[in-house]
Ligand binder design. Structure first.
Ligand SMILES: NC(=O)c1ccc[n+]([C@@H]2O[C@H](COP(=O)([O-])OP(=O)(O)OC[C@H]3O[C@@H](n4cnc5c(N)ncnc54)[C@H](OP(=O)(O)O)[C@@H]3O)[C@@H](O)[C@H]2O)c1
Length: 281
C-alpha cells in the first residue's frame, strides 16, 4: 500500500499500523509525492500499485480562508489528479474527508449526519475538501472516502496535546461549548481504515470514534484524566472569533461503517489510551 502524507498525524498512524501488521507499505512524503506536482504523482503511483491511502491534505482550517491556492491544490485539484492516476493504473484510492463538509445546522430529526446528507460547507477548508470528494467520484477510480472529525494522536499538532500543555501551565482554560462533534483517535482511524479495506468497503462512509461532545466537554475530560490543575470554563464561539466559521453540530452517523466492521470505540476510551502515550512537547 502507498501512503502519501506519511509524515502527517494520521499518516504516521497508518504507516505504524501497516508495519505492525506486516502489510507491505511505502510511505510517501511531500518530497516524493507533492499534490501540487502531477509529474511527482505519476512517478510515485506507478503501474502495479494496488491501494493508495491518501493522508496528505491541506489541514489548516483558518489558513485555508486566505491561502486559497494551497488549500485548493492540497484538498481538491491535487486529489483529483491523484484519483485520475489511480484510475489509470487500476489502484483503489482511500481518501479522508471531513465533518466540515456539512453546515452544522443538523438533520431534520437531530440525528447524526448520514453519509448521503446534502453537503453545504461553511468555510474554505470544507469547500475544498468537498470539491476533492467530488473530483474523486468523477474520476472513475475505485475509491473509499472516509469522513472523519476532531482527529488527535500522541504526536503532531492537535487539541489533546494543546490542552495537555495549556492545562499544566494556565490556571483557567476557556473552551467553546457550542460546537458538538466526535473526537477521533488517529490510531483508531487507521485501524478502522484497514478494517474497511479488508471488508471490501467502497464509496463514502463516516469513520470516527463513538459518542459525542463539545470541545469544552472534550477539554474537561482531558484535564480530568491527566489530573491537571487547570479549571476548564465554557464559552461561546462568538467570544473567540476565528477566521473560519465552524459548524455548530457535526456529529457523523457511523452506522454504515459499524455495520461492516462492528462497533467503534467510545471516544473516552480512545482518549484514555492516547493520554498514556502523549509524546513530549
Ligand atoms: N486533523 C483533523 O482534526 C481532521 C479532521 C477531519 C478530517 N481530517 C482529514 O484527515 C486527513 C489527515 O489529517 P491530519 O490531521 O493527519 O493532517 P496533517 O497532520 O496536517 O498531515 C497532512 C500531511 O499532508 C502533507 N501535505 C500537505 N500538503 C501537501 C501536498 N501539496 N502534497 C503532499 N503532501 C502534502 C503534509 O506535509 P507537510 O508536513 O510537508 O506540510 C502533512 O504531512 C486529512 O485528509 C484531513 O483533511 C483531519
Amino acid at each position: 500500500m502507498l501512503v502519501p502524507g506519511a509524515r502527517g498525524m494520521l499518516g504516521r498512524a497508518v504507516v505504524s499500523l501497516l508495519r505492525g501488521r506486516a502489510v507491505e507499505c511505502t510511505p510517501l512524503d511531500r518530497s516524493t509525492l507533492d499534490l501540487a506536482d502531477e509529474a511527482s504523482i505519476e512517478r510515485a503511483i506507478a503501474p502495479g500499485a494496488r491501494i493508495v491511502i491518501n493522508c496528505a491534505a491541506y489541514t489548516d482550517v483558518d489558513g485555508a480562508e486566505t491561502n486559497t491556492d494551497a488549500a485548493r491544490i492540497g484538498n481538491a485539484t491535487g486529489v483529483g489528479a491523484l484519483a485520475q492516476r489511480c484510475r489509470d493504473v487500476g489502484a483503489m484510492l482511500v481518501h479522508f474527508s471531513t465533518d466540515y463538509v456539512f453546515d452544522g445546522a443538523g438533520t431534520p430529526d437531530g440525528s447524526p449526519y448520514p453519509a448521503d446528507h446534502p453537503k453545504n460547507p461553511i468555510n474554505a477548508y470544507g469547500r475544498t475538501k468537498s470539491e476533492g470528494e467530488d473530483l474523486i467520484l468523477a474520476s472513475g477510480a475505485a475509491h473509499l472516502i472516509l469522513r472523519t472529525s476532531w482527529l488527535y494522536a500522541p504526536w503532531g499538532r492537535n487539541f489533546v496535546r494543546t490542552i495537555a500543555r495549556a492545562g499544566a501551565e494556565k490556571p483557567v482554560l476557556r473552551v467553546v461549548n457550542d460546537q458538538r462533534g466526535r473526537p477521533t483517535s488517529a490510531e483508531h482511524l487507521a485501524r478502522t481504515t484497514l478494517a474497511m479495506i479488508e471488508a471490501g468497503a467502497r464509496g463514502v462512509h463516516h469513520a470516527t470514534d463513538a459518542g459525542e461532545c463539545t470541545w469544552y466537554e472534550f477539554a474537561s475530560e482531558i484535564v480530568r484524566a491527566l489530573g491537571l490543575p487547570a479549571r476548564v470554563e465554557p464559552c461561546t464561539s462568538a467570544e473567540f472569533p476565528r477566521p473560519a466559521a465552524r459548524p455548530a453540530y457535526s456529529v457523523l452517523d457511523i452506522s454504515t461503517t459499524e455495520a461492516l466492521i462492528g462497533p467503534l470505540t467510545p471516544w473516552q476510551d480512545a482518549l484514555a489510551d492516547t493520554l498514556n502515550r502523549l509524546e513530549p512537547q
